[in-house]
Design a protein around this ligand. Structure first.
Ligand SMILES: CC(=O)N[C@H]1[C@@H](OP(=O)(O)OP(=O)(O)OC[C@H]2O[C@@H](n3ccc(=O)[nH]c3=O)[C@H](O)[C@@H]2O)O[C@H](CO)[C@@H](O)[C@@H]1O
Ligand SMILES: C=C(OP(=O)(O)O)C(=O)O
Length: 418
């Protein structure tokens, strides 16, 4: 789809089911390369990023079969060792195959991911971790070549300068088949890291402490395929909670782990928006008048950077001055200029955005610059007066399954152009 059109002003109501988590499923699909037998993955969202990682695995020799929300991955007995730029260019998360490939074959050659709209996003911590496990790392011609050497990977103690999600995942995957014990200190604690660890443990791996700052991995000789259901997408859940709030609607968001969205819930409650836990999910009841709050993005369990643009859209309609401090990515404010086109009053000072509300947003032609920026503009369009046209929808399709259909089922006046 090329564009989304929204006629704003309708309070959303009804029930929406959250899909499987994009950020959990991508490393889990990469981890299938660690297995010597087929893996079955359940509740797989239909997303462009999932298609891309599946293409990477197929390129490396795996067979991938999809049936609805089930994905069967038959890993290759002898994987190829090279993932070219063609894939990494489309999706940075392709870099997650370096850890499992290195562990399984002793060699991995991957194009270096470039920066993207939200920041420069280096991979130094991934490489530092793999080097600490004994890999020789060479840079050249835009690629990274990692080689395990004669004795294979060996467990080690690795301190991460920053709790990088991807680096923690790559190191966990590589260490799962290494000789001896690896200890990751200052590891990322995100629920998606825990889901990956649970998957590897079900395959026969030995991982303790996932979800805390210290993760201990004892390498095993072989991992075998299992069936695993991925966790619900906490960012998609948060986005629908904001959709209910910003339209003054009443929505039940199903298939959500309340604990995973706690930082978002805390802010919605602080704003005076009603959110209740019900048997089947979380109910949000929006209101016309709600308070400004301050938000600082942090690694989990702090407020997720992936919810920052959506929260900013909500803040434009809150009473008073809200401040967002973005501490995770150095350039994640591209949505501001687009929100301003819709009437938002926002100033930036370094990594802080000062949002003055409430304003009555008005529809405009705006452009999604990245995935969550796109979601924020759709949310703004839902509450704006008049028509909003959001272009560059391919960004949104990376991470939201059937956003158009789900919003339509909640009563939004939204349609798409192919
Ligand atoms: C596919 C996936 O799961 N993506 C998520 C993952 O991305 P990703 O795994 O790329 O995010 P990281 O946690 O690694 O990055 C966080 C910060 O650390 C920096 N950094 C990271 C690695 C490194 O080697 N060196 C370095 O300096 C990054 O530039 C960034 O400023 O976590 C982010 C932070 O919650 C989310 O926004 C992304 O949606
Ligand atoms: C930044 C995101 O994803 P990725 O790391 O895949 O770019 C995101 O999901 O908001």
């Amino acid at each position: 789809m090329k564009k989304l059109y929204i006629r704003g002003g309708r309070p959303l109501s009804g029930t929406v089911r959250v899909s499987g988590s994009k950020n959990a499923v991508l490393p889990i699909i990469a981890a299938c390369l660690l297995s010597t037998s087929p893996c079955t993955l359940e509740d797989i969202p239909n997303l462009a990023d999932v298609d891309t990682i599946c293409l990477v695995l197929e390129h490396l020799g795996a067979q991938v079969k999809r049936d609805g929300t089930t994905l069967v991955i038959i890993p290759p007995q002898k994987p190829k060792t090279e993932a070219p730029y063609e894939f990494v260019r489309q999706m940075r998360a392709s870099f997650l195959v370096i850890g499992p490939l290195l562990a399984r074959t002793g060699l991995a050659s991957i194009s270096l991911p470039g920066g993207c709209a939200i920041g420069s996003r280096p991979v130094d911590l991934h490489l530092k971790g793999l080097h600490m496990l004994g890999a020789r790392i060479e840079h050249g011609y835009g690629s990274i070549r990692a080689e395990a050497g004669k004795y294979g990977l060996r467990g080690n103690r690795i301190y991460l300068d920053f709790p990088s999600v991807g680096a923690t995942e790559n190191i966990i995957m590589a260490a799962s088949l290494a000789e001896g014990q690896t200890v990751i200190e200052n590891a990322a604690e995100e629920p998606e890291v825990v889901d990956l660890a649970n998957f590897i443990c079900a395959m026969g791996g030995k991982i303790k402490g996932a979800g805390t700052k210290v993760v201990k991995i004892t390498g095993v000789r072989e991992l075998k395929g299992v069936t695993h259901t991925v966790i619900p997408d906490r960012i998609e859940a948060g986005t629908y909670l904001v959709a209910g709030a910003i339209t003054g609607g009443n929505i039940l968001v199903e298939n959500v782990i309340a604990d995973h969205v706690k930082p978002v819930l805390a802010k919605l409650l602080e704003m005076g928006i009603d959110v209740y836990e019900e048997q089947d999910g979380l109910r949000v009841i929006g209101r016309k008048d709600y308070r400004a709050v301050d938000v600082k993005t942090m690694p989990y369990p702090g407020f997720p950077t992936d919810m920052q643009p959506q929260m900013m859209a909500l803040m434009t309609c809150a009473r008073g001055t809200s401040i967002i401090t973005e501490t995770v990515f150095e350039n994640r404010f591209m949505h501001i200029s687009e929100l301003k086109r819709m009437g938002a009053r926002i100033k930036t000072v370094g990594r802080n955005a000062v949002i003055q509300g409430p304003v009555a947003l008005s529809g405009a032609s705006v452009k999604a610059t990245d995935l969550r920026a796109g979601a924020a503009l759709v949310l703004a369009g839902l509450c704006a007066e008049g028509n909003t046209e959001v272009s560059n929808i391919y960004h949104i399709e990376r991470g939201y399954e059937n956003l158009l259909g789900k919003l339509q089922s909640l009563g939004a006046d939204i349609w798409g152009q192919a």
